[in-house]
Design a protein around this ligand. Sequence first.
Ligand code: IMP
Ligand code: MG
Length: 186
Amino acid sequence: MTQSLYELNGKPIRTLISEEDINKRVLELGQQLTDEYQGQELVVVGVLRGSFMFLTDLVKQIKLPLIVDFLGLSSYGGRTQSSGVVRVTSDLSTNILGKDVLIVEDIVDTGLTMTYLLENMRTRQPKSLKVCTLLEKPDRTIKPVDLDYIGFTIPDEFVIGYGLDYEDKYRNLPYIGVVDGLGKEE
Ligand code: IMP
Ligand code: MG
């Protein structure tokens, strides 16, 4: 049986944000971050696993001697909905005390995960703490979070690709896609 990366449950995956548009936006964000973090001790913290592709492309466009680290988070709950009960599954290896920390996330949906993460990071007393998210879905906000850098604002649809998964798959799709009807089951 042949398998296709470009369909899910027999339905085609529609492109919401193309590879080209992502690349353009990542370049802009990288230039902005390069300007704004001049002379600072930047630690870029990627939230696993969803941010891996965005972080990889983004740090190549930040022309500064920064540190990259990762933090694993796991959210209990349904397949496509966040519960807000979050657990750190893998911690940073960097001490961020006194550092300028930029959290890189794939998507801020309800805001519950980011609210938890910011509280956790603040206890470690970084000099500054900011958030860069590839996507935000404002229609779904439960806990409003200050997002310092946003790639794209998207409608209330479940998206996959460019790091984002559906049941752990489709993260390697090189663009952001949607499948009609997905994410409504819970
Ligand atoms: P929040 O706590 O509701 O803001 O959700 C945050 C996490 O849920 C993200 O880091 C994603 O891992 C996941 N998530 C939320 N919306 C989507 C989506 O549309 N596609 C894939 N994952 C999503
Ligand atoms: Mg995530």
